[in-house]
Design a protein around this ligand. Structure first.
Ligand code: FRU
Length: 467
């Protein structure tokens, strides 16, 4: 009966109680994925940050552990965001011969640090194979910069360059990450630099993400262009980072599914905040608009097929507007292709939309998403979802322009109070939270469309809880 409150996500990681924020120190060691996270284990509001800890073997089920690092005293210094590495070659000389290489874990933090004037924080360190050295990015938050350092021993660090004042302006830059990715179906390797801004994000004025694609020579990051790329078109994806030390080179990322605008007041008890699913990231060259081809991140959520308890509906032929009830004890995963028929007159097409509503059993609360063909956008609207606050707002989230090649493919994972939406083979992604009123949970999909628009493929799987 724990982990079964009506607003409690059933697939997404949440702390047993009290306030959680950023994922930290994501690292694979000894066949286990470690997830640490910012946690105030004493209260359901931000403060007293320590490192909560959970582990997983399959990136789907999580086992909870006591906090891994706690502040020395109630007055701090608090254990804020940082990273963890495995010092396999004992470069730090912190380990003796008898420690097996995979047990040589090091955590980087900025507890003792002289640059705090500019809010020096959120170190992300990783092994740079080409030069057998460590590289670390640290946010100089209020200077809108990331400092890049190098080290041979994880102890003495030397600044090699800075990157910043790029992308979304925002008030502070936080939680940088930097990693290489192969461009799909090529030998080309590019580096991705992620930075988060808060507050002042373009979208909604709160917390938001920018990422840059470029080259990294071990010392300096050089972006290939000046585009502002957003990782997410929703409001609830922040401070995410990627795992270190994943054996097969896969790049696995987890975000914090919340926003500093309202994270401290959302109506969940006895915990607040959840994480996104684990996503495998890749780079692909795609038409991100009708006119524009570009490199972009692609998100592949972790395989959820082991959780399917029932395929509630599967159809590969045009579907009439319909309503489908689904079980409410877990989550649902749906793939939906929305198409418009080519014989539709362009005047009709210009106002065509398809609307998918996920509603409570009594229909009182709902969250809506869909496609507006005329504007070339996908949207999520939580205006009718129940709980609200001045900053949570009634604003809907809309994607940037998507190419309109007669079909839009959607995949949505809906988990009690959280939706992750993947668009067009997952090159657009949105994470949003929503809070139905007391006792109400998502229970039904309702689908409507305008003339000429139809769903021509739908698969709706009920998923069982991981808890
Ligand atoms: C980002 C952040 C980090 C900081 C942490 C504190 O959400 O503000 O910059 O290290 O949260 O909990």
């Amino acid at each position: 009966d724990t982990y079964d409150e009506t607003l409690r996500p059933q697939l997404h990681h949440t702390p047993s109680e009290n306030f959680m924020n950023d994922p930290n120190g994501l690292v694979y060691a000894n066949d286990v994925y470690h997830l640490y996270h910012q946690w105030n284990d004493k209260d359901n509001i931000p403060g007293y940050q320590n490192w909560g800890h959970a582990t997983s073997e399959d990136l789907v089920h999580w086992q909870l552990h006591p906090p891994a690092i706690t502040p020395d005293s109630d007055d701090g210094p608090f254990i804020i965001s940082g990273s963890a590495v495995v010092d396999e070659h004992n470069t730090s000389d912190l380990f003796n011969e008898s420690t097996t290489p995979s047990n040589r874990g090091v955590v980087t933090d900025t507890k003792h640090c002289s640059l705090n004037r500019w809010r020096f924080r959120d170190p992300k360190a990783f092994w740079y194979e080409q030069d057998s050295k460590w590289v670390m990015l640290v946010a100089l938050a209020s200077q809108h910069q990331m400092i890049i350092y190098e080290s041979r021993n994880l102890i003495d660090w030397f600044e090699t360059s800075r990157f910043g004042n790029a992308g979304q302006p925002g008030y502070e830059y936080e939680c940088p990450d930097l990693f290489p990715l192969e461009v799909e179906d090529t030998d080309e390797v590019r580096w991705v630099l992620i930075t988060y801004v808060n507050p002042g994000a373009i979208r909604g004025g709160g917390s938001g993400t920018s990422y840059f694609i470029g080259d990294f020579d071990g010392k300096t990051f050089t972006p290939i262009d000046t585009s502002i790329r957003e990782m997410d078109f929703g409001y609830d994806d922040y401070a995410g980072v990627t795992f270190n030390n994943v054996p097969d080179g896969r790049r696995l990322w987890i975000g914090w599914a919340s926003n500093w605008l309202y994270t401290g007041v959302v109506p969940t008890e006895p915990w607040r905040s959840s994480l996104t699913l684990v996503h495998e990231l890749s780079l692909t060259r795609a038409n991100i608009t009708d006119q524009h081809q570009s490199l972009t991140l692609r998100h592949k959520p972790v395989d959820l097929s082991s959780l399917i308890s029932d395929t509630v509906k599967e159809t590969n032929s045009p579907m009439k507007p319909d309503s489908i009830d689904f079980p409410t004890d877990g989550a649902v995963d749906m793939s939906i292709d929305v198409a418009f028929s080519s014989d539709t007159e362009s005047s009709e097409l210009s106002k065509s939309a398809s609307r998918i509503t996920i509603e409570s059993e009594d229909g009182v609360n709902s969250i809506e998403f869909g496609v507006q063909f005329a504007d070339h956008i996908v949207y999520i609207n939580r205006a009718n979802s129940g709980w609200s606050s001045p900053t949570f707002g009634s604003l809907g989230a809309t994607s940037s322009n998507i190419p309109n090649n007669n079909k839009v493919k959607l995949r949505a994972v809906i988990d009690r109070s959280q939706i992750e939406l993947f668009v067009q083979d997952r090159i657009h992604f949105a994470s949003m939270v929503f809070f139905f009123q007391e006792g109400r949970v998502p229970a039904r999909l309702r689908y409507e469309n305008d003339e000429g628009v139809m769903i021509d493929h739908l698969k709706l799987d009920a998923l069982k809880s991981i808890w």
